[in-house]
Write a protein that binds this ligand. Structure first.
Ligand code: FE2
Ligand code: FE2
Length: 483
């Protein structure tokens, strides 16, 4: 009998889905594997493919001990297929089939919708690896370099997770979609990735930290709602992906936090009290807080666009079909069908921003975005505690949801970070107060000097409080001499 918790490493592809007795899917995945490795080598981390990296690999889906740390060359990472254990007697948690047994096979009437959701999720996974491929060269420490590569290999595994579902449940068109996932490329003119934020550049490490903090957190929210799917294999896949995703957001939140901390320490040491004395702060070799705020504004607003339009028929249909739930659907105390319920949605009414009660079913995206904003604000609060502890008079803020948006109610509206509607001219004139300018970007890039001695950190970032896997401060997380 297959072991549903521990992972079988006897096939080329580690898994807990009994691949060895599923010849058709095993064959399909083995055929896909070389293309994946080629993609990893061509578009994955640039350089360092021969270095030994201290990485965790999932060896179980037992929440108490699912991971093993060891030195691995990235191309030899064991990308596996892991589903969280089946929940006994699981039911469709929402929509018109609410309470019926969860589906173990794709329900025919929802096949196209389900496939599209899986492909969109799958497309984001390799995209971020592509976006981050140049960063190894400017890593501010071996600790950070290791974290980058950990995130990268796990996004690679998340691609595997979605490709498994496509191969197993979607036949010929699933195979085709799996090929397409390797063909599209972040930022490509002819075959870009599907979502806007995944075609943006990640030019420096602060962008990487902001991305993992804000954009990976959108990923978390999407996975949370797919983990509520009535299509059980998708739910189980996403539940396990969420376990890994937590580390990605840790990397982002603490990365920004350590950047802020270093800035505050340097200001204290130099006796600079005014956080807006940008030139003086930058002369210390750290990133001034107003520029960090601008990066936050950029990444938060790009990430909000990933939630789609506030009012959406697609989202309503997916919820109603029971293939995508709300954040923590099973813990919400209502009828899970939303036939009569309403939800307050932001609207532009008579030239003002207001909340209007709309049918809750069509406001699913808005609700998930609100949950995201709440989830995000905890990190911002922790950054502010850190700034206050250093006595620096500055507060990081999430910008208003209407600021710098391309999608939904606020697309094309000229909203300031404080939530005021202004004229297009005023918005453009003040743009550089709110979003990083080319000069800000150049300054940040100028600080991105690699620091690869064990236990050392670049000028602009503080060391972490504790090491990965409780390793000491001077631990050699990446063995570069192997390169
Ligand atoms: Fe992911
Ligand atoms: Fe992630």
């Amino acid at each position: 009998m297959q072991d549903l918790v521990n992972v079988s490493y006897d096939t080329l592809i580690p898994n807990n889905v009994d691949l060895s007795s599923d010849r058709r899917v095993l064959k399909a995945l083995e055929r896909w594997h070389p293309g994946y490795l080629k993609w990893w080598n061509d578009l994955g981390p640039e350089g360092f493919q021969d270095s030994l990296v201290y990485l965790r690999t999932a060896v179980s889906v037992d929440p108490k001990g699912w991971t093993k740390f060891d030195y691995v060359r990235m191309p030899e990472y064991r990308w596996g297929i892991l589903l969280a254990p089946e929940v006994e007697d699981r039911r469709v948690p929402c929509g018109e089939h609410c309470g019926e047994p969860a589906w173990q096979e794709v329900p025919g009437e929802y096949r196209a919708m389900l496939r599209r959701l899986i492909v969109i999720q799958g497309d984001t996974e390799p995209a971020s690896v592509e976006q981050q491929r140049h960063l190894g060269k400017t890593a501010p420490s071996l600790y950070d370099m290791r974290n980058l590569f950990q995130v990268n290999v796990e996004e690679g595994r998340h691609l595997w997770a979605m490709v498994y579902i496509l191969h197993k449940y979607f036949g010929a068109d699933g195979r085709e979609e799996a090929e397409e996932l390797l063909r599209r490329q972040s930022g490509s003119a002819e075959a870009p990735r599907m979502l806007g934020a995944f075609n943006e550049e990640t030019p420096d490490w602060l962008s990487f930290f902001m991305f993992t903090c804000f954009t990976d957190r959108d990923g978390k929210m999407q996975l949370e709602s797919l983990a509520q799917s009535g299509f059980d294999p998708l739910s189980r896949t996403c539940r396990f992906m969420l376990t890994e995703e937590a580390h990605h957001m840790f990397v982002g939140e603490t990365g920004v936090g350590r950047t802020i901390q270093r800035t505050c320490e340097a200001m204290n040491q130099a006796g600079i009290e005014d956080p807006y004395d940008i030139e003086a702060v930058r002369a210390l070799g750290v990133i001034d807080l107003p520029t960090i705020q601008k990066k936050l504004n950029l990444h938060y607003s790009l990430s909000l666009d990933l939630f789609g339009s506030e009012v959406s028929t697609n989202a309503a249909n997916a919820f109603n079909a029971g293939i995508k739930g709300r954040f923590r659907e099973s813990r919400i105390d209502d009828d899970h069908q939303l036939a009569e319920a309403t939800y307050p949605v932001v609207q532009l009414v008579d030239g003002a921003i207001g909340l209007v009660d709309m049918p809750a079913l069509s406001a699913i995206n808005m609700r998930l975005r609100d949950d995201y904003t709440r989830d995000t604000s905890g990190g911002v609060r922790r950054w502010n505690t850190l700034i206050a502890k250093h006595g620096v008079p500055f507060e990081m803020r999430l910008p208003h949801d209407g600021f710098h948006r391309q999608i939904g109610v606020f697309a094309g509206a000229n909203v300031t970070p404080a939530g005021e509607l202004v004229s297009a001219e005023e918005w453009q004139a003040r743009r550089q107060e709110w979003l990083p300018s080319a000069a800000d970007g150049d300054f940040i890039v100028s600080l991105m000097q690699p620091e690869w001695r064990p236990g050392k950190f670049a000028s602009w970032i503080a060391p972490p409080k504790v090491g990965i896997d409780n390793k000491p401060g001077d631990f050699e997380y990446v063995k570069l001499e192997m390169a």
